[in-house]
Design a protein around this ligand. Sequence first.
Ligand SMILES: [Zn+2]
Length: 401
Amino acid sequence: MNAPAGLPPSLVGTGDLFQHLRDGTPRTRGDLARLSSLARSTVTARVDALLVAGLLRPVGEAASTGGRPPSRFALNGGDRVVVAIDLGASHASVAVSDLTNQVLAQRTVESDIADGPTAVLDRSAAIVQELLAELGRPVSDVAGSGIGVPGPVAHASGRPANPPIMPGWHDFDIPAHMAQHFGGPVLVDNDVNLMALGEHVTSWRSDRHLLLVKVATGIGAGIVSDGRLLRGALGSAGDLGHVHVAGAANDVVCRCGNVGCLEAVAAGPAIAARLRAHGLDVESSQDIVDAVTAGDVTALQAVREAGRDLGSVLATCVNLLNPSVIVIGGKLSEAGEYLLAGVREVVYQRSLPLATHDLRIVGTAAGSQGGILGAAAMVIDAVLAPRAVEVYVAQHLARSA
Ligand SMILES: [Zn+2]
């Protein structure tokens, strides 16, 4: 690959050196020389370039064994910001975050995804402008934008692909539209994928294999495999909602037209229908959570049973993917241990012992913030990638020349 225009040959590799500082831990030039196996003089030149570009900042002094203490450097997370937008069926969560994925400002508003892409994206962009103004940051500080949508997306092009609940969005060029508002890359992904990424970067970074399952009105999963999102050929990997549940009654017709789908037996509407048949006044997933929290025995049993149905599908996933963590998220995960207990009961019983040896099945830690954290993480990974860092350094050198 050619060096970015304007980057001196001696600074090629600066982006790779920078990766040793991505975790936020302050390091000395000596630390970096050891980690990168580069000569001290090479490290010094590259660190200087990163400092000039504002990508690093000096932090305190390292302990010294005598003489002048060596300076330490860390990622300068506040230099630029990223835009994170998490679009749901009826809401939009919008945040401005720094390069360490700390949310600096955030707002969630009601927003109907069926209003179509132009209205929804412009509404979200207007909120970003307000948040930037509140933070006193110019629009030119935006390094890139990450957007999660409630439907399948061709990640490479950022265009939704026949999303069932997003009329008017099919094949819409989201990156081209958002580029009218903000600079830098615009990356788009399915909301459940971003929840998985958000959970991974905030709570499970050392676990390279994670499966996040969202259980709400529908059921879907995001797969982190070897530290990266596994999207599949067309971006639909993890679409578990319409997997057939072994032993499911064949009279349960799913909205997709098949019978016995996981979503048709274990998602919010299915549980609510079962509870109504028992005389409970339950409509939404929130109503189910409320009934469980109130200790209604019928609701507890129904949620646990849904957990078992989910577990029977997840047992297969565990054998296939061998994750070390399964995170259960989405509205119904707020029903707490009852859903998890049902999942664990079946997964540990049905999966191979080796696959479950170190497997943890837990509730979400990121909760409703998962989508925002994942959207920001996706963009940060892009703007701090080795090549992007070198382009940025080259731009700074050109400007200061
Ligand atoms: Zn179905």
